[in-house]
Design a protein around this ligand. Structure first.
Ligand code: NAD
Length: 353
């Protein structure tokens, strides 16, 4: 049985969900609802039913699943209304704007006995999956530093994302994905400290980029950076372990690993710089290192919907859990506090596994 889906918000991401749903093996698209008439007309021109109001969606008993893809500030009210009407809810990221709001949403899902999760689709990105593989196989030994960057050069989009009251800003927009990925890699390690700085190059109202450092209890550090004014992008991932270093230059590329095969070496050839010779910083050759590439992981983002539908049917647990959602949003909150205080914030990791 396919679950009957209504997509609320037929904008950029709503359109993506609709397209996926039309090819899905687990959901059947019943229709969309958007507050803008032109979006409803567009849907109808594509032979997609457009509901005339949210109430009409709530009243349609056929619909058992809704996906919410509307600006961030209205996620909670629409999600709770849907849950109250007995619909299972997939909410677009960042799910909502703060932990208290998320707790109310979780409480509603428990009260009305429906499933509720956030669309953390970037858990299926192959660059992240390569990092997960490194952690799982211990390919680099103990990882002590991981750097995750997304660099664009077109500024923050000029829609609601640039406006604070709608939940704009890059921390909510991309940060939530990148933080979720790092927390999944450190799912059972306590996060101790958070430090964040915002950039405001093309937008003064919200962050158009940020630099976030996470310090874990085991001494590992994660650095997350989002930039929207970078005309040369830095690598997507840079990862250091006790056995070597890994890099993904661009998210379409494979992960390159350089493993250290001989630590002690007497015959290093010094490099001459203008100021003198250096052995310490001399590049290594292939006698003391092994270089290889990881195969690109295989990924199908529709696994998200398959898992959620299985969870509705009680066959499995949902992959993106409530404690994970709370943990990620708590880090976002700590990052805002850090920016406000211009200092490192001690983090109480309530939701670590
Ligand atoms: P968008 O502006 O392109 O589309 C939003 C749509 O929602 C618009 O058509 C608007 O008319 C409609 N809308 C606004 N308020 C509404 C309401 N109360 N009821 C019904 N419709 C309403 O924005 P977008 O880029 O599609 O982003 C929507 C959501 O999806 C955001 O939460 C965003 O963070 C998320 N998103 C997620 C991803 C991802 O990869 N997971 C990517 C992009 C956006």
């Amino acid at each position: 049985m396919k679950h009957k889906l209504c997509v609320i918000g037929y904008g950029g991401m709503g359109g993506w969900h609709v397209e996926r749903a039309q090819k899905s093996d687990v959901v059947q698209l019943v229709g969309i609802y958007d507050i803008k008439e032109e979006r409803s007309k567009l849907a109808e021109s594509r032979n997609i039913k457009a509901y005339e109001s949210l109430e009409a969606v709530l009243a349609d008993k056929e619909i058992d699943l809704v996906t919410i893809a509307i600006p961030n500030d209205v996620h909670e009210e629409v999600a709770v209304a849907c849950m109250k009407a007995g619909k299972n809810v997939i909410c677009e990221k960042p799910v909502t704007l703060d932990v208290e709001s998320l707790k109310r949403m979780i409480a509603a899902s428990e009260k009305y006995g429906v499933k509720f999760s956030v669309h953390q689709n970037r858990r299926w990105d192959v660059d992240y999956l390569a990092m997960r593989e490194i952690f799982k196989t211990n390919a680099l030994g103990e990882v002590f530093n991981i750097e995750s960057r997304i660099h664009g050069s077109r500024g923050i989009p000029s829609d609601w994302r640039g406006i604070k009251k709608y939940g704009g800003g890059m921390l909510y927009d991309w940060g939530i994905h990148l933080i979720d990925q790092i927390l999944m890699l450190y799912c059972d390690t306590n996060l101790k400290y958070v430090y964040c700085e915002f950039t405001n190059i093309t937008n003064d109202e919200v962050d158009d980029g940020f630099k976030l450092t996470l310090h874990f209890e085991n001494g590992a550090r994660a650095y997350i950076e989002v930039g929207t004014y970078n005309f040369i992008a830095m690598p997507r991932f840079y990862i250091q372990g006790k056995k070597g270093t890994g890099i993904i230059t661009d998210w379409r590329e494979k992960c390159k690993i350089v493993e250290c095969t001989a630590w002690h070496e007497s015959d290093v050839i010094p490099v001459e710089t203008a100021a003198g010779l250096t052995k310490t910083m001399a590049p290594r050759d292939e006698i003391t290192t092994k270089t290889y590439e990881l195969d690109k992981p295989v990924s199908d983002v529709h696994e998200y919907y398959r898992n959620f539908c299985d969870a509705i049917e009680g066959k499995t647990e949902q992959l993106v859990t409530h404690p994970q959602m709370l943990r990620t949003l708590s880090v976002i909150e700590a990052a805002f506090t850090s920016v406000e205080k211009n200092s490192t914030v001690e983090f109480c990791d309530e939701f670590v596994k």
